[in-house]
Design a protein around this ligand. Structure first.
Ligand SMILES: [Zn+2]
Length: 63
């Protein structure tokens, strides 16, 4: 797998890592892309916000 990911691939990996641990090579490629891209870090921040909100919401339902 190439270290030169497109933003589309990065978005797919960010979503995939919500469900599964990414292989080290993919994590490195992801982090590398984050340092050179302006868009993807914003997308990741949005994902994290959504995930945290979802966690809180699940907490309120009293699992
Ligand atoms: Zn990107």
């Amino acid at each position: 797998m190439s270290l030169d990911l497109t933003c589309k691939e990065v978005a797919a990996l960010l979503i995939a890592q919500e469900d599964r641990e990414l292989p080290a090579a993919e994590r490195v490629a992801l982090r590398l892309h984050m340092t050179i891209c302006r868009t993807c870090p914003k997308f990741e921040a949005q994902l994290l916000t959504m995930r945290n909100a979802f966690k809180r919401w699940r907490g309120y339902t009293g699992e």
